[in-house]
Design a protein around this ligand. Structure first.
Ligand SMILES: [Zn+2]
Length: 261
């Protein structure tokens, strides 16, 4: 009996301690200059209604408390942090609660190869989500590519968003371009057909979608998601069906200030 009471007391104490820890962590306010940095660097944030801006800031704050952003042979400043957090929050802004299985984001000074080397052959990777072992919960991004994605308003690309969409895709166990947990079951097959039809158009040079999307279904999903969040108006005009499917998957309309469907 005494043993049972002690065990229950220990569990209660541990739960209380965890609750207190979370409360303390999330009670830390967003650094005062971050709303200004978001306004200056993140077009997606600029176009939000005031209410939604506050919510976006809150989620950026929470992300930055959960995930460490470190530089590998490069420095990390507040703009870097704001851009990484924005890349993470933009694709999940339509969901009330979403936690990435991520503990670290490493920023590299340039592109790297599949072994994360920044010198030598094959340095054409701009972003990557770690696979297996200690790298399982680590994302690696090229710092210049991260910045380029937010600096150029007319491009359809954003490396940061691309990598976080891979994580979203991976949440059901497979990075395969089919985020099954986010789709109505009956829509999965038409989505796959739409992917293959659009890949055929890209191969026939009849598309404005980044040709990297033909690599496989997962890359296709990541590439059209970049387009969806970067140039939603253009995607809706040129590819209305793709736009509608992505709206459904991400549960948001990036053209509207409140993002409601
Ligand atoms: Zn990719």
């Amino acid at each position: 009996m005494i043993f049972l009471v002690s065990v229950l007391a220990l569990i209660a104490g541990w739960l209380g301690w965890r609750y207190w820890q979370r409360k303390v962590r999330y009670a830390q306010p967003l650094p005062v200059m971050y709303p200004r940095l978001l306004q200056e660097h993140v077009a997606y944030y600029q176009s939000l209604s005031d209410d939604r801006k506050r919510l976006f800031e809150e989620r950026v704050n929470r992300f930055l408390h959960d995930v460490r952003i470190e530089g590998v042979e490069t420095t990390v400043d507040d703009v870097d942090k704001v851009l990484v957090a924005s890349s993470a929050i933009i694709p999940i802004f339509g969901f009330d609660d979403w936690y990435y299985p991520l503990t670290n984001v490493l920023l590299y000074e340039g592109s790297f190869n599949k072994d994360y080397q920044t010198t030598g052959e094959g340095r054409n990777i701009l972003g990557m989500v770690g696979e297996g072992g200690a790298l399982q919960s680590t994302m690696v991004l090229s710092k210049p590519a991260l910045h380029e994605g937010f600096a150029n308003d007319t491009s359809k690309g954003n490396t940061g968003i691309h990598e976080f969409v891979h994580l979203l895709d991976k949440a059901d166990g497979a990075t395969d371009g089919l985020p099954e947990h986010l789709m109505v079951h009956d829509h999965i097959k038409p989505w796959l057909q739409l992917i293959h039809q659009t890949i055929r158009e890209i191969k026939a040079n009849q598309s404005d979608i980044n040709p990297y999307g033909i690599t496989n279904e997962a890359e296709f999903f990541a590439v059209v998601s970049e387009y969806f969040f970067k140039r939603p108006d253009l995607l809706q005009e040129k590819h209305p069906e793709l736009f509608a499917r992505l709206e459904e998957i991400f549960r948001q309309n990036p053209i509207k200030a409140d993002r409601e469907l």
